[in-house]
Ligand binder design. Structure first.
Ligand code: SAM
Length: 571
């Protein structure tokens, strides 16, 4: 086994007696996987071959970068051979065995044998679960497109014994969120209507299904990028960031070498909690000197807005510069999609650490130790990089959807409260063709994931966008707001709210409708909701949720309730 270099690294070895047994235990485990020497030379293969081997072994596509990721994050070892990187087949096999197989067994033990593992969709790569327009903008709480497809399409299997929807049907999602149902309905040749209380969510959804004039979109993007670059030419921000990155590169190479640093943490030879922050302190004088030299303002503006708290002053100015240019766009659709790009950009530029992107803690205005990347990282000082990345990515995703997936069907998301939205009247104003269709053929059913009790504040997650674009917020009409907690009263209000949405929507449903609701109903509220709405739960599908963004990666499942009209119910 190659020796891990100790040169230049002032690691602090832990010696606390109380930790001895834990350390010994962990080292034994690692010996069987991480640091086991390959028995044979032939056990070593290069990264490309490893990707091929793993694809074959797992029956799904594994790329070279997936293998590099495992090396970088200390899951398997890197072996050198005249400069080329190699890995051990045995270690790869052990890694996959310890991870995937065990997870299925232990999750079934924790969550019940009726867990339908096929609904985990773990054979899909991230690129597939975030395919084309699904990744136009981040949104906390969306379901994966494959789940929608599973219930809307015409396949049957051991769990799904019937076909519920057909081409040209109309599907309704009264909690439309970021529009996953609308997009998948389009792909499958179905029409769809969404409702969401958050104007910004409705904008995201509608942008995903709108057919844009991509030539116009690109023309406007070029014009705005040019203005942003001119604006930046008058500041030292770009130079400052380049210099800072050079200094970070030197420092990180010396104190956080890849992948040795992560191995040492796994072997408990480094106490990450003290080592990381201590090195971050050592780097601060270098950072401060550059800030002074390039006259970078790191103080936040005083004010109430999310934008005041979470953005550096010069980032605010860049955002304003782009927004001013967006206002000049004449084509309304182009204006909307370019606004979505700006919103996605500024979300990535909040002054926070990489680890806290999902749950903002406190603004970060200096370099810091990043446990996620195992090195010193920096906040962003300009929006240019993300703006350029996202403009290209958006155009690419939209054109991919147009070329390969789009069908000539109608979708629209209404902004409104699902409890009282008059679907036909509102559609008549926004999308008359779809209104006409609803009058003619009625809605076949619902596929939706309602909010749950006290989990997410849906307006607040895009507070920056509401501040910037000035949309009307209707937080108080959100059902199950996190702010209202999870008390008994909150649950009662929730049950009433979801029941009312279903009752309102029923007015537009065809006689033999099918309703599918995705929820992790830990308080068993859905039987009451069904009853209140004059429906009955006729089946439940239990699916494991594997790729959660939350830090807690423990066993977690959600139920897809299948409801139909209650027998003898008068409509
Ligand atoms: C779990 S999310 C839906 C996510 C969606 N399935 C997706 O893939 O993006 C629930 C949505 O319900 C919306 N919502 C909450 N209260 C509502 C109400 N009274 N009427 C309509 N929508 C509401 C929230 O704004 C949120 O976007």
């Amino acid at each position: 086994m190659p020796k891990v270099k100790k040169k230049n690294i002032r690691y602090k070895t832990k010696r606390a007696a109380s930790k001895k047994s834990r350390v010994a235990e962990r080292q034994t485990a690692l010996q069987t996987s991480l640091i086991k020497s390959p028995k044979l030379e032939s056990d070593l293969i290069d990264i490309k071959d490893a990707a091929r081997w793993a694809s074959n072994h797992l029956g799904k596509n594994v790329t070279s970068s997936n293998i590099s990721y495992l090396i970088q994050y200390g899951r398997i070892r890197k072996y050198g051979n005249n400069g080329s990187v190699q890995v051990s087949v045995q270690e790869l096999e052990d890694y996959y065995k310890s991870f995937n197989g065990h997870r299925e067994i232990s999750w079934k033990e924790q969550l019940g044998k009726d867990l339908n593992w096929a609904l985990s969709f773990d054979q899909y790569k991230e690129a597939e679960t975030t395919k084309h327009v699904h990744r136009l903008h981040p949104y906390k709480g969306k379901f994966i497109p494959q789940l929608v497809e599973y219930f809307l399409d015409s396949h049957i299997d051991a769990f799904k014994k019937g076909v519920y929807f057909r081409k040209a049907d109309i599907i309704l999602d009264p909690f439309c969120g970021s529009g996953t149902t609308l997009v998948q309905a389009n792909e499958l040749g179905m029409h769809a209507i969404g409702i969401d209380i958050s104007a910004f969510n409705a904008l995201i959804s509608n942008c995903k299904v709108t057919k844009f004039d991509l030539f116009d979109v690109q023309k406007e993007i070029q014009r705005i990028t040019h203005s942003l670059k001119l604006f930046l030419a008058n500041s030292h921000t770009i130079e400052f960031e380049e210099k800072l990155l050079q200094e970070l590169y030197k420092f990180n190479n010396e104190f956080f070498p890849v992948p040795d640093y992560k191995y040492k943490i796994k072997l408990d030879e480094i106490d990450e909690e003290t080592y990381g922050p201590a090195r971050a302190e050592e780097f601060l004088p270098i950072f401060r000197k550059l800030v002074k030299e390039y006259k970078i303002e790191t103080r936040q503006a005083k004010g109430e807005l999310f934008l005041d708290k979470w953005y550096f002053p010069h980032i605010r100015n860049e955002i304003e510069c782009v927004f001013k240019e967006i206002k000049k766009i004449k084509n309304i659709d182009t204006k909307k999609i370019v606004s979505i790009i700006l919103s996605r950009t500024i979300r990535s530029c909040r002054a926070t650490t990489h680890a806290d992107l999902a749950t903002l803690l406190e603004p970060v205005t200096t370099t810091y130790y990043c446990a996620k990347h195992g090195k010193i990282c920096k906040p962003l000082f300009s929006i240019l990089k993300w703006w350029e990345t996202y403009t290209k990515d958006t155009v690419y995703r939209l054109s991919q959807f147009d070329k390969k997936y789009r069908t000539q069907t109608l979708q629209y998301c209404l902004t409104g409260d699902g409890r009282m939205t008059n679907i036909i009247e509102e559609l008549q104003k926004k999308n008359p063709a779809l209104a006409k269709l609803v009058r003619k053929q009625k809605i076949s059913g619902i596929f939706s994931s309602p909010p749950y009790v006290g989990l997410i504040d849906y307006h607040e997650q895009h507070a920056y966008a509401y501040d910037l674009f000035g949309f009307k917020r209707q937080d108080e009409l959100e059902i199950g707001r996190m702010k209202n907690g999870q008390s008994r009263e909150a649950k009662e209000v929730y049950v009433k709210g979801i029941s009312e949405v279903l009752k309102n929507c029923k007015r537009y449903l065809a006689k033999n409708y099918n309703v599918f609701l995705v929820a992790n109903d830990k308080w068993n509220l859905y039987p009451i909701i069904a009853e209140n709405a004059g429906m009955q739960i006729i089946n439940q599908f239990k699916r494991p949720v594997l790729n959660r963004t939350e830090k807690d990666k423990g066993a977690y499942s959600e139920i897809i309730f299948h409801l139909k009209e209650k027998l003898n119910e008068k409509r």
